[in-house]
Design a protein. Structure first.
Length: 150
């Protein structure tokens, strides 16, 4: 699956978790330059998906300061990678507090979301991380400004 298809599935997954609004690849001026592939909000937390098509793309992502070195600067109280099969090899490769869902097409051409590594989302549990609320609010304000008449 290509990047746009993965983002589509990430958005659908967020909506199935009752997130609203759900945004994808919204460019805003924030303190880290982070552009989430897909992010949504529940009444209790924000949930982020980063979509990685290839292993090289996944490994390149490790260079972002807000992934490993400064996790409190990243968006999302819950953070996940959504990948094609075989992109992530083990939990040890994930940033602390992250989960990874692998997506695959079944024989019936239906897409299956498989929990593979790390944290799994459960709305009854407290979130493993604290998202950068300042940057999340910047993103939400940007969205509202784009639809404003003023």
């Amino acid at each position: 699956m290509n990047h746009k298809m993965l983002i589509c599935h990430a958005k659908r997954q967020l909506m199935s978790w009752k997130c609203y609004p759900v945004l994808s690849e919204l460019v805003t001026c924030n303190s880290t330059g982070e552009i989430p592939d897909a992010i949504g909000w529940t009444c209790r937390a924000s949930i982020l998906f980063e979509c990685k098509v290839s292993r090289a793309d996944f490994l390149r992502d490790r260079g972002k300061l807000f992934r490993f070195d400064l996790p409190d600067h990243g968006m999302g109280d819950w953070r996940f990678y959504l990948t094609n099969p075989g992109v992530v090899h083990s939990t040890d490769e994930l940033p602390p507090g992250w989960g990874c869902y692998e997506i695959a097409e079944g024989g019936d051409k239906k897409v299956r979301l498989l929990h593979m590594f790390g944290i799994k989302y459960c709305w009854t549990e407290s979130s493993p991380l604290q998202g950068n609320k300042k940057n999340e609010i910047t993103m939400l304000r940007s969205l509202l400004r784009r639809f404003s008449d003023v």
